[in-house]
Design a protein around this ligand. Structure first.
Ligand SMILES: [Zn+2]
Length: 162
């Protein structure tokens, strides 16, 4: 059961990992990491690139094999689960400090998802236990703690306007 819900949250992160908003390494404005369809990534049909419309910075990721040993080549490791894009490891644009924790999302869709889920936790009585378990179990506790939810929701709303 534990393994299963872990897998569920990983899958969710993959789903949101397209058109990731990041900080441009050149001008510090908002840039976008285009990833295309993640299903395609699995077949090594990558066309992953980071593009900044402010300064024109753009870079295409070298093709990487999903089976490649992580230590073989620096910079080509996929990282999921932190406030950086999984491919170029640039800081995500949508992040904010929240009581010493980092609130972050890959894009507005992801942010919307977090807001909906935490909102649902606020209305827990109306949520089926099955749904709470599948996603909520994988969100950090500081985000879903009963006394923090409203403040987290406010912080998410603020991030949306960034
Ligand atoms: Zn730029």
């Amino acid at each position: 059961m534990e393994e299963r819900s872990k897998h569920t949250y990983q899958t969710l992160l993959y789903q949101f990992a397209k058109n990731i908003l990041v900080v441009c390494p050149q001008c510090l404005e908002q840039a976008i990491v285009h990833t295309g369809d993640f299903e395609a990534l699995k077949k090594s049909q990558y066309d992953i690139k980071v593009v900044c419309t402010s300064c024109g910075y753009n870079k295409t990721l070298e093709k990487i094999s999903p089976r490649q040993e992580p230590k073989q080549k620096r910079g080509n490791v996929l990282i999921f689960g932190g406030p950086i894009d999984p491919f170029f490891h640039l800081p995500v644009w949508l992040q904010a400090d929240f009581s010493g924790q980092t609130l972050w999302a890959y894009n507005l869709e992801h942010l919307e998802f977090l807001a909906e889920h935490i909102g649902a936790k606020l209305r827990e009585r109306n949520t089926s236990p099955r749904m709470s378990r599948s996603i909520g179990a994988r969100l950090p506790r500081w985000m879903t703690a009963a006394d923090k939810r409203e403040a987290v929701l406010k912080a998410i709303e603020k991030l949306k306007g960034k």
